[in-house]
Ligand binder design. Structure first.
Ligand code: ADP
Length: 432
């Protein structure tokens, strides 16, 4: 029997319930490096590795006692030189003679360890891969969270932009309707302006006709007054002569007024022709001053003229004379005895394209609140004060219209009680 066991290609050991080894085959002793005699009678633990000894006590032996057998139990044997040998063990417990004996067949499993190591390694790798995966997942989750919050922020920004865009659209629409309204108002104003222009021209035409119609009977009145005064209709008493004088003055005043209205309405209706030429301002002054000298002398005024001959304007000579005459008449009219009237002229220092003619006086001056209104028709500062000279309040309006009609302007400066200065600006004749 023992010899037969020695031929077996696997290990064999049998031991009693006390653990004492009874039989060990050659395969086993050879593998573990023991002499058979060194093992027989010794406890089976002798050939078990430390872990398997505990396993033997806690599992293998109780299993075999309970079920009579155990199959394919892995155990580690311990060779004499300490090498650990892995085996699969099939064990059977049975009665032999008067005792229980456990027979174990041990099949070495060299490859199993290798597989186990590979398995362990694979498991560890799997574990590592799992951990890496978890780390990666966590990272992805973090990135995802970040992306989500960024997406949220983007959504908020987009919302904000949309709000702004719709606000801009609303503002744009409001501006558009404002613009439409402005255009509409502009067109309306343009219409109104055209209507006003038309009405103004109509008014000027009417005044021109009316003035003409009034002049004829007025001239007749003047003529008859003269005939009466000359005694052609019988002798005239002193009282009648005085009355005729009053009628004559009133007739002249009315005639002057009508002439002025006629002139103004002609200018405003654009019915005045300007003969524009080179005008030496000194020449204009020279032709106008003689007309004024009697009045200047009568009022005891001092007159000064200072206009260099080289000051040349592009203008209508007659109109410039008319303006200068009007300005001088006013200056004389509003300056008391002992005062002075000056006419100066030159090249305009504020504009290289203009020349000027200025009439200054040391007269009554004009209150500042009237100064910008004296160019309006029929404006007179104090009628009672000027009553003896009986102005019409149209001279300055006509003069300024004529100045503007020639591309120039008429402006006034004055200080109440100290005098006034009227400046006629005209385009310079640049050919000279
Ligand atoms: P008129 O002299 O016929 O009344 P104007 O249009 O020429 O009409 O003048 C308007 C008013 O301006 C005058 O009534 C007068 O009150 C004021 N004015 C004009 N020139 C002078 C001046 N040189 N000094 C003071 N007041 C003046």
């Amino acid at each position: 029997m023992d010899e037969l066991l020695d031929l077996a290609p696997c290990g064999f050991v049998s031991f009693g319930d006390d653990g004492g080894m009874l039989t060990v085959n050659a395969n086993l002793t050879g593998r573990l490096g023991y002499d058979r005699d060194a093992l027989i009678g010794r406890h089976v633990e002798t050939i078990l590795a430390v872990g398997s000894r505990i396993f033997y006590h806690t599992h293998l032996f109780p299993l075999v006692r309970l079920h009579g057998k155990a199959e394919e139990i892995f155990m580690l044997l311990r060779a004499k030189d300490g090498e650990q040998v892995g085996v699969l063990c099939n064990a059977v417990r049975r009665e032999r003679g008067d005792r229980h004996v456990t027979d174990c067949v041990l099949m070495e499993v060299r490859e199993r360890r290798k597989f186990e190591d590979a398995l362990l390694q694979a498991k560890q790798e799997a574990e590592r891969a799992h951990q890496a995966l978890q780390a990666r997942t966590a990272e992805l989750e973090r990135a995802n969270g970040l992306l989500e919050s960024q997406a949220l922020e983007l959504e908020l920004q987009q919302q904000h932009l949309e709000d702004q865009a719709s606000e801009l659209t609303m503002q744009g629409e409001a501006l558009q309707s404002l613009n439409d309204e402005l255009l509409r108002r502009g067109a309306e104003l343009e219409q109104q302006r055209a209507a006003a222009d038309e009405a103004n021209q109509e008014k000027s035409r009417f005044l021109a006709v009316m003035s003409h119609e009034l002049r004829t009977p007025l001239n007749a009145i003047g003529g008859y007054v003269q005939l009466l005064d000359m005694g052609l209709h019988g002798s005239v008493t002193d009282a009648q002569r005085e009355a005729l004088g009053r009628i004559d003055r009133s007739q002249r005043h009315l005639l002057r007024l009508i002439n002025d209205v006629l002139n103004l309405s002609r200018i405003e209706a654009g019915r005045v022709d300007y003969t524009v030429e080179s005008v030496g301002l000194a020449d204009v002054v020279a032709s106008v001053m003689p007309m004024m000298e009697p009045q200047i002398a009568a009022r005891g005024l001092l007159a000064e003229v200072s206009v260099p001959p080289a000051v040349i304007a592009r203008a209508d000579t007659e109109k410039v004379e008319q303006i200068l005459l009007n300005l001088l008449t006013n200056a004389v009219k509003f300056t008391g005895a002992g005062g002075s009237v000056a006419v100066t002229g030159g090249n305009d220092t504020s504009s290289a394209e203009q020349v000027y003619l200025r009439v200054s006086d040391t007269g009554s001056g004009i209150p500042s609140d009237f100064l910008d209104r004296i160019f309006e028709p029929f404006i007179q500062v104090d009628v009672s004060a000027t009553r003896p000279s009986e102005g019409t309040g149209l001279g300055l309006a006509i003069s300024r219209d004529l100045a503007r009609g020639m591309g120039g302007d008429l402006t006034a400066e004055s200080e109440l009680g100290r005098g006034s200065a009227f400046t006629l600006a005209l385009p310079k004749d640049s050919s000279t």
